[in-house]
Design a protein around this ligand. Structure first.
Ligand SMILES: Cc1cc2nc3c(=O)[nH]c(=O)nc-3n(C[C@H](O)[C@H](O)[C@H](O)COP(=O)(O)OP(=O)(O)OC[C@H]3O[C@@H](n4cnc5c(N)ncnc54)[C@H](O)[C@@H]3O)c2cc1C
Length: 498
């Protein structure tokens, strides 16, 4: 089943139209195809009342919209390039305490819905490809908070729950709106252009449009030109580069043979994997396979280069792995595959030094595309969303709880100053853990040493050390501590907008 349009009541529509006055007249009727008359925004069609636009209705964009609505009291608009979302599409995703905390602070009911649609891991296992155990740990080591236990969930279910909540909250989501450019005009207003030639204006733009973010690319290009105005051939400030690993990522409608998430590694096939449940009778699998960088030399993100695999290819791979001695519990999902894709991993090189530019902020993969060996990619995006919404609440709302743009530049700098080091640390951990896993697959001698480290970590820390800084983070505490040290800003009452 496809789900797309906002099912808003007439009253909600009217409230939206009051709030989101920057929408052109045609668009604000919730039609997903804007007409060419949207191109010319006149002053009557827009007001200077601050509005927030989010580009991208992925997991991060939706959570961000909900966090902004909850903490800042503004209803953001979301613009999404796809025509619709679909039931059953996409594989699984692991949700961890640090990301679930953001969801719970938006709404404990929302957290419950996600828990009901997902499946708790309870146990984490490190194994060899023949099924031999290296170490086993309880997931309760990752958090003391019973409500925030790690779980696996199908992506479409998570996205649908978030989408439904956004609709319930009256957040408009405009489909078939592919962002192609952004311009900052006088008065610090941003004008976003779409591929259907329509435009919209925003006081604040939050780009949650994924690893290939056109807004980020444009920001970086502008920065490069500002830094080297006389050198049109200057090196890009940062660009997506292929990491050398491609993931075979799929789901199968069979229960996991043993409870929990597990990480086998293989000296015979020189690759490592991850298997986790997304329901009692369903699992997700990932094989991380070193693959020739020449194949993926163009700068594009994983969505652009991912491609589907048919069942025959998965069966063939399973037969090869069987000959290589892989245990049947890892092969069964390939024989019973429901859907699978190949995803090359790309990261930004070098990582960004700032996630904001003027009144534009990057959130989620647009700011920090991950290598997903620790299940922290989306969780970092959720932390971004929670953090940004709390900073805007603290620094940009007047005493009546109304958003005022006067300190927004400072707020975005604060957001960047918290999120750049945090995401860099966690994504570096993920790289390192991917490296450990690959060494286990590459070298018997080093593999043994790494496996000994895993056993030692589990003995002393009850899990591998690389995972702990990611999952144990409390964004609310961090933001509160940092804001406490900042001078108190006085926010004038929201009669004059700037
Ligand atoms: C194999 C694999 C396994 C993973 N496992 C985990 C895990 O277990 N746990 C975890 O936390 N993370 C995991 N991740 C990472 C996670 O998937 C991403 O970090 C997360 O999906 C990023 O969400 P996002 O909303 O920022 O970006 P995206 O999911 O890429 O969403 C971006 C949205 O923006 C839209 N968009 C793009 N361009 C435009 C445009 N020009 N105009 C308008 N809209 C646009 C897209 O259509 C999309 O809806 C994994 C990733 C991979 C590849």
């Amino acid at each position: 089943m496809k789900w797309r349009k906002n099912q808003l009541t007439q009253q909600q529509k009217e409230e939206q139209q009051q709030q989101n006055i920057t929408m052109t007249k045609e668009e604000s009727s919730f039609d997903d195809t804007a007409t060419s008359s949207d191109n010319n925004l006149s002053s009557e069609e827009t007001t200077t009342r601050p509005n927030i636009v989010i580009t991208g209705a992925g997991i991060v964009g939706l959570v961000l919209a909900l966090a902004i609505k909850k903490n800042v009291g503004v209803t953001p608009e979301i613009y999404e390039q796809s025509g619709a979302f679909d039931d059953g599409v996409g594989n699984g995703i692991g949700m961890y305490p640090n990301g679930l905390r953001v969801i719970r602070s938006i709404s404990p009911d929302l957290l419950k819905k996600i828990q009901q649609a997902g499946y708790p891991y309870l146990i984490r296992r490190w194994e060899k490809h023949d099924g031999t155990e290296i170490a086993t740990a309880s997931e309760s080591a990752l958090t003391d908070d019973e409500e925030l236990q790690p779980l696996g969930i199908r992506r479409w279910k998570l996205q649908k729950i978030l989408f439904d909540e956004a609709v319930k909250q009256g957040i408009p989501i405009y489909f078939r709106k592919k962002v192609v450019g952004i311009e900052t005009t006088t008065g610090n207003q941003n004008t976003i252009s779409f591929d259907d030639n329509s435009k919209c204006q925003a006081s604040l733009v939050l780009a949650a449009d994924g690893a290939n973010s056109p807004i980020r690319n444009q920001m970086l290009d502008k920065l490069r030109k500002e830094q080297d105005p006389n050198d049109p051939d200057a090196e890009p400030i940062s660009e997506l580069v292929y990491t050398g690993t491609t993931c075979l990522y799929g789901t199968a409608k069979i229960p996991r043979a043993e409870r929990g998430i597990c990480f086998p590694s293989s000296l015979t096939t020189k690759c490592h994997g991850c298997f986790y449940p997304t329901g009692p009778d369903e699992q997700c699998f990932q094989f991380h396979i070193p693959t020739d960088p020449q194949k993926y030399s163009m700068a594009a993100g994983w969505r652009a280069l991912q491609h589907g695999l048919d069942k025959a290819e998965c069966h063939e791979l399973a037969q090869d792995l069987e000959l290589d001695g892989w245990d049947h519990k890892y092969l069964e999902p390939l024989f019973q595959v429901e859907q699978a894709i190949k995803v090359p991993f790309f990261v930004l090189n070098p990582p960004l030094k700032s996630f904001s530019y003027g009144r534009i902020a990057l959130v989620g993969d647009s700011a920090h595309p991950p290598v997903p060996y620790l299940g922290q990619g989306a969780q970092q995006g959720l932390e971004d969303a929670g953090t940004l919404s709390l900073i805007l609440k603290d620094m940009c709302m007047d005493r009546y709880g109304v958003l005022n743009m006067i300190h927004v530049d400072e707020a975005l700098k604060t957001y960047s100053s918290i999120r750049v080091p945090r995401t860099t640390e966690i994504l570096n951990n993920s790289h390192r853990w991917g490296g450990v896993q690959q060494l286990r697959a590459d070298s018997e001698r080093l593999g043994k040493a790494k496996e000994e480290n895993i056993r030692r970590d589990v003995f002393f820390h009850e899990s591998i050390q690389q995972i702990l800084p990611g999952v144990s983070y409390n964004y609310e505490e961090d933001v509160a501590n940092i804001l406490k040290k900042k001078p108190l800003l006085s926010v004038p009452e929201a009669t004059v907008w700037c």
